[in-house]
Design a protein. Sequence first.
Length: 276
Amino acid sequence: MKKILKKFTQFIFNKKLKEIHKLKDLEKGKTCYIIGDGFSLRSYDLKIFKKYDSISLSYLPFHKEFDYINCRYCLLIQPYFFYSLNYVTDPMNAPKKIFWHNKIGKFFKEKIINHYKDKIFITHLSNYFSLKNFKNNYFILNQFNDEHFDKFLKEKNINSWEWSMKAGILFAIYLGYKKIFLVGCDYADNPVTVGHWYEQDSKKKQKNTNQDLKLFFDSLNDIVDIKIITKNNNQYDKRFLNYEKYSGLPLKNNEQNQLIDENTLSILKSWPDYNI
């Protein structure tokens, strides 16, 4: 039934989903940063990441230093995110479902998408009726709706929208970028850490990089050069680059209020799973 519904949706919104094809190979041969929401951003000076284009993930546009980077694209791909009422998994009592009054989506739409008209936003098709009037927004539905690129993903056995970082990497490849620096993508670090730069703290999740993620990176070796900016010194994997050596700057020790304003923080606090 889900497959039938998906195909029906693709048929109805076929023209809208194909608009993203305008972006294919638009940045061919260039280098970019993909900047995530990881806790490591608390230690970085974002201003040094302005040498190349940036693709931001999730809530990075709320960061006080966001305007210093050359961000051209913003991904926020959660389904149904831009509606006031969401039916979501209770983060405190999974797998129970709850209705959640979503203040964050409305705030992001008004403060970010409406404000940054020079940037291109990529969002999930389920948000169509909330975002249909924004000309700087393109929709996706679990794939690029591009026969050749989707075939490439299938051959690589890649789920393109499994999570934001993977989506960001594959979107960068679709745009034509040939080298990617991952910044604040802490799930790719070793050791893996969880937590966001706007939260109070983070914690180490496991000792080694997620093996599935390593296989994902390895599968793209012939397509794109991926480097991971990290606070750590990983001498055994050439994919990792130490932040201090890369930037020539020491690590910082920023607090929440140095990176995000109180009003935005109070909006984010409405999601019960955030440690704010």
